[in-house]
Write a protein that binds this ligand. Structure first.
Ligand code: NDP
Ligand code: 2IT
Length: 451
């Protein structure tokens, strides 16, 4: 049996109760097969076995007091996956579904993603099963402070730099950073995604969505196409979805869908300028639900259905699909429906939104398919730029950060294609992203010896 299959089987046995982590390991490891022959030194030093094992996993109790004076207890996580190429770096997720499997898969993916950005950042992820929905600002603040009371001892500007993810945006980063600053008495850039007044970077809020659109533009260009006039389906209605929508609009595409965990809206005319402003206000100021959009504008609203279910059931034609909500949102059935309806490009704003079976369908039908670790890397890359600005103790202009983001996305696109070609999988962005991300981390691990 190949070393790759041995590693997949070992994780299958060892982490049998961690389906998301096993899925991420299988997706990455299978594409690394061509590296085994070219790098016997990785086999003898057991790089493949070592890279699927996190450096450490921290799990802790978070007791806090709600507005009624009742004590609540949540579970906190920080998985420091790999710091071979730089300090641990990766977001925090607050969502009731959070468990060790999800945080491990995210930390594993982050390791390769961060490597692709070309910036010196290792991989980590953290979070809690805390549900921010329906909580008051004060409850969110007390929770964030309780979370930080344990997290603070594990992070640091040169050790581990958290940021946002699902359920963690600028409000939560502010509370966490403010409490860290208070107890440590230091103002270093220990979190990214901060507000502009206290060390945040311009373009960080926009970066994941903008970067995703820049990446698609480059993919389409390889086939002599562009975004202008294309019909685009976006899922989610949060940070990534919002700014992907804005940039696709700017590039001339027509976005017709959005969703949250309660409903999907379809607006065939396109969610353009004035509607975008309404959406930003609805989601970020009022923290409302996406179904309210359909009360404001002529749009269809489908309760309890994902964007991909609606596209399949209604036979809606889209050219480009951008899943920007959560893991495993596109299964085989919905992938097949996208292909049947003429979709020719799928780029992942979310982490691991396509199941392994869905990915196979995209690839078998020659869909331009970009995995999240390449297509959504603009967010963490701009976090890296925030860290640089914090170290330099200065702030770059919007134009400066945006042009660096654009260049990084172009580099990632090129790295994916070059690695895919060098390892016999021309045009395969998944194989290219995984191999390019892996090689840098593996070579650094090799240099350190057995540690
Ligand atoms: P937000 O919390 O801002 O938004 C998440 C959106 O997805 C919301 O509309 C939410 O709906 C929906 N959603 C979340 N979980 C589910 C679920 N289980 N079922 C249905 N809908 C769901 O998060 P982000 O936009 O930051 O993150 C979205 C995705 O992008 C995640 O996969 C994240 O890991 C990834 N990502 C984020 C980056 C960033 O910089 N923020 C960078 C790279 C990747 P509801 O409000 O109903 O929960
Ligand atoms: O998945 C991701 O890349 C993020 N949530 C962003 C992480 C970061 O450190 O900016």
């Amino acid at each position: 049996m190949s070393i790759i299959q041995e590693v997949i089987e070992k994780i299958g046995r060892q982490d049998a109760d961690q389906p998301e982590f096993r899925q991420a390991v299988k997706e990455v490891m299978e594409t690394l097969e061509p590296t085994v022959k070219k790098h016997p030194e990785f086999v003898t030093t057991k790089i493949y076995e070592r890279i699927v094992e996190p450096d450490r996993m921290i799990i802790f109790r978070i007791p806090w007091v709600d507005d009624k004076g009742e004590v609540q207890v949540n579970r906190g996580f920080r998985v420091q996956f790999n710091n071979a190429i730089g300090p641990y770096k990766g977001g925090l997720r607050f969502h009731p579904s959070v468990n060790l499997s999800i945080i491990k898969f995210l930390g594993f993916e982050q390791t390769f993603k961060n490597s692709l950005t070309t910036l010196p950042m290792g991989g980590a992820k953290g979070g809690s099963d805390f549900d921010p929905k329906g909580k008051s600002d004060n409850e969110v603040m007390r929770f964030c402070q309780a979370f930080t009371r344990e997290l603070f001892r594990h992070i640091g500007a040169d050790t581990d730099v958290p940021a946002g993810d699902i359920g963690v945006g600028q409000r939560e980063v502010g509370y966490i950073y403010g409490y860290y600053k208070k107890i440590m008495n230091e103002h270093t850039g220990v979190l990214t995604g901060k507000g502009l007044e206290y060390g945040g970077s311009l373009i960080r809020p926009e970066a994941t969505g903008y970067g995703l659109a820049y990446f698609i533009a480059d993919m389409l260009a390889t086939q002599g196409k562009n975004i202008k006039g294309k019909v685009v389906a976006i899922s989610g209605a949060g940070n990534v979805a919002q700014y992907a929508l804005e940039k696709v609009n700017q590039l001339g595409g027509r976005v017709i869908t959005l969703c949250d965990s309660n409903a999907t809206i379809v607006d065939e005319e396109g969610i353009c300028t004035e509607k975008f402003a309404y959406l930003m206000d609805l989601k970020n100021v009022h923290r409302g639900r996406i179904k309210e959009y359909a009360n404001q504008y002529p749009a269809e609203c489908y309760e309890s259905k994902s964007v991909w279910d609606v596209i399949r059931e209604k036979g809606i034609k889209v050219d480009i699909a951008l899943p920007c909500a959560t893991q495993n949102e596109i299964d085989a059935q919905n992938a097949q429906a996208l292909v049947n309806n003429g979709c020719f490009c799928v780029a992942e704003g979310a982490n691991m939104p396509s199941t392994l079976e869905a990915i196979k369908i995209f690839q078998d039908h020659n869909v331009l398919y970009a995995p999240g670790k390449a297509a959504n890397a603009g967010g963490v890359a701009t976090s890296g730029l925030e860290m640089t600005q914090n170290s330099l103790k200065l702030s770059w202009s919007r134009e400066e950060v945006d042009s660096r983001l654009l260049q990084i996305m172009k580099n990632i696109h090129r790295e994916c294609l070059d690695a895919a070609e060098a390892y016999g999988a021309k045009g395969n962005y998944l194989t290219g992203a995984n191999i390019a991300g892996f090689l840098k981390v593996a070579k650094a691990m090799l240099a350190y010896g057995i540690v």
